[in-house]
Design a protein around this ligand. Structure first.
Ligand code: ADP
Ligand code: MG
Length: 381
């Protein structure tokens, strides 16, 4: 809980007929924070943003901006403009006319409009195109016009819905850097929707992971990357192996997980650091997660404490590292990430028998699997 959130969303819900697009969305955002909302297509990201912008009325819940309820206010009184994926510029207007449009709607004088629009065109490096029709711009230029059109209104919160998805990869990366810089300079709160991991993780102060109309996890990019709480988040973030089993212990202060592929020891990553009392119960089912970069692969056995015999299924090259896809005797998939030079020393070909091992402290138990059902929730109509 944040003491004085700038923007507060509490229990937002939105249905279309009997279909629940957003079931329950709550989030406190600090002033100047960069929030990314990420999740698979159809999970309710755009609907959430549209409720913030006032383009959609929530069925339930409250939105407060700087201490004032805004969920009943019309769009133009909210100071939360939305920058769309489609960019939705007015096609028959020039760049400057597009940027001036919102100010005109607010009754700003002609001279003042021009001054403010030109100032933003300058800041975003598109002054040279001021008199050009927007239809004749490149994707990157259109993106800048869309930003200028929103920023000229001096919003308190800028909402961006997949703003870079229409750009080619090179331009998207360039704009990522520019957006981050702009957000820092202006100190404006950004709520940024994306399905791209790299955008969310490189830009945001905090990332919200959504699944089927609900929030799965909120945390810093590092939190989410290192400590996904649920199976859904672990799978969505990727590069994590999951082993399901039953907790067994407690022998000499040690806890184990009995998996279909053998027994592995649980370590500090499972809340078992010295002095901690793990609330583990004998016989309870749990999912153990291990990051790909923490798994070692050897041809011979006996190298690691937690070791599982596997078949090497495939190798996937990703620059300096390579992901080895392994399959256990029970058919479970594991993934190990190796440095290129370690692979050269491994000397195992596809189909070979290998051993995956990790230090017990590098494993962590998913929280959701232990408190509720481990599968992503089905969406109730
Ligand atoms: P996302 O942006 O995460 O891809 P959306 O918020 O656009 O998802 O949509 C969430 C779900 O709500 C989707 O299944 C979508 O089909 C549905 N939906 C969105 N808008 C409407 C609408 N106006 N009428 C009916 N269903 C809608
Ligand atoms: Mg969307």
């Amino acid at each position: 809980m944040m003491t004085n959130p700038h923007l507060k969303m509490q229990g937002l819900a939105k249905s279309y007929g009997t279909f629940v697009a957003v079931e329950d969305f709550s989030l406190d955002i600090a002033e100047g924070e960069f929030i990314a909302i990420m999740g698979p297509s159809g999970c309710g990201k755009t609907t959430t943003l549209r409720m913030l912008a006032g383009l959609e009325t929530a069925n339930r819940g409250e939105i407060t901006l700087a201490g004032t309820r805004i969920d009943q206010l019309p769009v133009w009184e909210r100071k939360t403009p939305l920058v769309w994926q489609s960019l939705a510029l007015f096609p028959f207007m020039t760049v400057r006319e597009n940027v001036e449009f919102g100010l005109k709607m607010h009754g700003v004088s002609r001279a003042e409009r021009r001054r403010r629009a030109d100032d933003w065109l300058e800041r975003l490096g598109i002054s040279d195109y001021a008199d050009r029709n927007v239809a004749r711009l490149s994707g990157g230029q259109r993106q800048r016009v869309a930003l200028a059109r929103s920023l000229v209104l001096e919003p308190k919160v800028l909402l961006l819905d997949e703003p870079l998805s229409a750009l080619d990869a090179h331009m998207a990366i360039k704009m990522q850097g520019e957006l981050k810089k702009l957000q820092r300079e202006l100190g404006i709160t950004f709520v940024y929707v994306t399905h791209s991991h790299s955008e969310a993780f490189s830009l945001a102060d905090r990332v919200v992971i959504m699944n089927a109309g609900r929030v799965e996890q909120i945390g810093s990019p590092q939190d989410i990357f290192l400590r996904p709480r649920s199976k859904f988040v672990a799978q969505f973030v990727g590069g994590i192996s999951l082993l399901e089993g039953k907790i067994s212990g407690k022998k000499d202060d040690e806890w184990f997980l009995e998996t279909r592929d053998g027994k592995v020891r649980l370590g500090h990553g499972c809340g078992l650091a010295e002095g901690e009392t793990a609330d583990l119960a004998e016989g309870e089912t749990a999912d153990l997660a291990v990051r790909a970069d923490r798994i070692s692969v050897t041809v011979g056995s006996g190298w690691g404490e937690n070791e599982i015999a596997c078949t090497l299924v495939s190798e996937e090259f990703a620059g300096a590292v390579v992901n080895l896809h392994l399959e256990t005797a029970s058919g479970r998939s594991l993934v190990a990430q190796l440095q290129q030079r370690d692979l050269e020393q491994l000397d195992a070909s596809i189909g070979a028998r290998v051993y995956a091992s990790w230090h017990p402290d590098d494993g962590f138990l998913l929280e959701s699997a232990r408190t509720s059902g481990s599968e992503p929730r089905e969406r109730a109509a």
